[in-house]
Design a protein around this ligand. Structure first.
Ligand code: PLP
Length: 352
């Protein structure tokens, strides 16, 4: 484990590391910025474009016009912005089954209907059923189509071809949101192909978070890369006084720490691969392939699940979360912790 990491068992009775945070911690450059934040940067508003130094940086890196970028206090902040625009009396949201629990929690609270299209199981993976999505879209006429890629908790992602097929079948008045909170752990993702869709589909928006790959969940930073009409559809007004200055400086430092995060991403990819391979030898725990820093695991029956629940109470570090009685989501990426958890699963597997 890296010495700069956040895991320190001295301070905690039971360390819960099951929300897919990256426990190795952020880059040394980010830590420097946090340590050396200048007090004189605290008392004045920013003056640049939209009162932001981060937006021009994102624009430069991703080749997207500054007007088409929105920054937020984590993706959650952006979700509130878009969900709060919805009229519960006439509008609904369409997403896939097996979706991030927060969507439903928030929309339920606003009395907004959340409809779902299907996911299929194919070759140890979940896949989005694109045909079913188009059918559900035609049937429910949602205000927002929301896709999560890689998806939490299943770990599968959408391809650029699948996404384009959907976009071609959807009117440009509907907002198509792709939540890419787990971006960065897929060695084959072609950023150029995906982002070039923004030129052709003005209603498309990609959401990115600094919480996962960049290991900054506690600081709450996110951004949206938008098609040219997204702000109009949302009636979005830029933040009048900008985002917190320290967060902007930290986010820039993270974006400028490419070498560190590439290495970190490779560590996660390697750890995920060996976790899945090891688990394939077990009788009672079936792993699904994943493009994120977690792996979905099917548990063979309720007795085994119960045994695992009991065993977890005695664990010093808990890296998994029950999605329901038979599915477990395991955060991976840190070899020592994954190895320890595998040993626990192996012990239980042998009992049944
Ligand atoms: C799919 C998905 N989207 C968004 C978020 C929240 O992102 P943020 O920390 O940027 O608010 C999470 C957090 O776990 C998530 O799993």
């Amino acid at each position: 484990m890296r010495s700069g990491g956040i895991y320190n068992k001295k301070f905690m009775k039971q360390f819960i590391a099951n929300r897919n945070e990256v426990i190795q911690g952020p880059s040394p450059r980010v830590l420097e910025v946090l340590k050396n934040f200048k007090p004189e940067h605290a008392n004045l508003y920013l003056e640049d474009y939209y009162h932001s130094i981060l937006i021009p940086k994102i624009s430069e890196i991703f080749g997207i016009p500054e007007e088409q970028i929105i920054t937020s206090y984590g993706e959650e902040d952006f979700f509130r912005t878009i969900f709060d625009e919805i009229d519960p009396k006439k509008d609904s949201v369409l997403t896939h089954s097996f979706h991030y629990a927060y969507y439903k929690k928030y929309l339920d609270c606003k009395s907004v209907a959340l409809n779902t299209f299907e996911m299929r199981e194919e070759n140890e993976s979940f896949v989005f059923d694109i045909e079913n999505c188009i059918q559900q879209y035609q049937k429910t006429k949602p205000k927002i189509l929301l896709l999560t890629s890689p998806n939490n908790p299943t770990g599968n992602s959408i391809s650029a071809e699948e996404l384009e097929k959907l976009l071609k079948n959807i009117t440009a008045k509907i907002l198509v949101v792709v939540d890419e909170a787990y971006w960065g752990f897929d060695e084959r993702y072609d950023q150029k192909t995906f982002l070039s869709l923004l030129d052709r589909y003005p209603n498309l928006v990609f959401l990115r978070s600094f919480s996962k790959l960049y290991a900054l969940a506690g600081l709450r930073i996110g951004f949206a890369l938008c098609g040219s009409n997204v702000k109009n559809i949302l009636k979005y007004q830029n933040r009048y006084l900008g985002l917190s200055r320290i967060l902007e400086e930290v986010a820039i430092a993270a974006l400028e720490s490419d070498d560190y995060y590439k290495k970190l991403s490779m560590e996660v990819v390697g750890d995920r691969k060996s976790f899945i391979n090891e688990l394939r030898n077990f009788k009672n725990f079936q792993p699904f392939s994943s493009k994120a820093n977690f792996v979905l695991v099917r548990i063979a029956n309720n007795d085994i699940a119960e045994r695992l629940r009991n065993a977890l109470q005695k664990e010093e570090v808990v890296v998994c979360k029950f999605v329901d009685d038979n599915f477990l989501r395991v955060s991976v990426g840190e070899k020592k912790l994954t190895g320890k958890f595998l040993k626990l699963l192996e012990r239980i597997d042998r009992m049944f």
